[in-house]
Design a protein around this ligand. Structure first.
Ligand code: SF4
Ligand code: SF4
Length: 233
């Protein structure tokens, strides 16, 4: 009898307790910030194009081989508006086969793919979970908006930005007045060498005017003066 009253007390107490469950699918509980849902492709707003270059690294590393990607030449690189020579053209992930391992995110060198918070993609058909490039980008943009995602490193300069930077540097250099070169410092130790360095080529070739540093003794007389005296006598 006492146990029955205890059980009734527990039941009555649970009426006043805050609910920890939700009536899915009418209600959705928020997912954790680090929740790993389906992979999604991210959008580079500064260039107005995807981060993905279609390099296929993630495709090669995917353990379930559920990804496909093709790249093409980036028209924005040709016009100088983007630093990406290649850009993704088609991308497909079969989310039915994806095991949410996150390897594609780890191996991507371009911050182009993230495990989004997307986890409700139920369907009835065999291929209903094959998502293409626009769908992957839409998932990525939603994830970026919800989480305030930022790339880990800034973009490289585009050809137009490089040109502008070079022009600005050239303009700055032309505005700066040329600094006069300081006169060479001549000391007693460096004077002989300075004299040799500043002598003209003619002086150096003419024995009569050869500039000789003070510390080098004159060449010994090899008999020319005796011959001259004998000839005079
Ligand atoms: S998501 Fe990353 S690794 Fe995969 S193709 Fe795009 S750039 Fe390459
Ligand atoms: S999370 Fe894993 S299984 Fe899914 S696409 Fe990426 S690498 Fe493949």
């Amino acid at each position: 009898m006492i146990n029955s009253w205890k059980a009734l007390g527990v039941t009555l107490a649970s009426f006043t307790r805050k609910k920890v469950t939700a009536e899915y699918p009418k209600e959705h509980l928020p997912v954790d910030e680090r929740y790993m849902g389906f992979p999604a492709l991210l959008w580079d707003s500064s260039r107005d194009e995807p981060f993905c270059t279609g390099c296929m690294v993630c495709v090669r590393y995917c353990p379930t081989q559920c990804m496909k990607a093709e790249m093409h030449d980036n028209p924005k690189f040709a016009s100088g508006d983007s630093h990406r020579r290649k850009i993704i053209e088609t991308f497909e992930i079969n989310l039915n086969r994806c095991i949410l391992c996150g390897i594609c995110v780890d191996v991507c060198n371009f911050d182009a793919i993230e495990m989004s918070h997307e986890h409700e993609l139920a369907g009835r058909g065999r291929n209903d979970q094959r998502v293409d490039l626009p769908q992957l980008l839409a998932m990525g943009r939603k994830y970026q908006t919800e989480t305030g995602w930022k790339p880990s490193k800034p973009n490289a300069l585009s050809p137009k930005e490089k040109e502008a930077q070079a022009a600005a540097a050239a303009a700055q250099a032309s505005e700066t007045p040329a600094t006069p070169r300081p006169a060479p410092l001549i000391t007693p130790a460096t004077a002989p060498m300075t004299a040799v360095a500043t002598a003209s080529a003619a002086q150096l070739l003419d024995p009569a005017t050869t500039v000789r540093p003070a510390h080098i003794p004159p060449a010994p007389d090899m008999g020319d003066s005796q011959d001259k005296e004998a000839a005079a006598g």
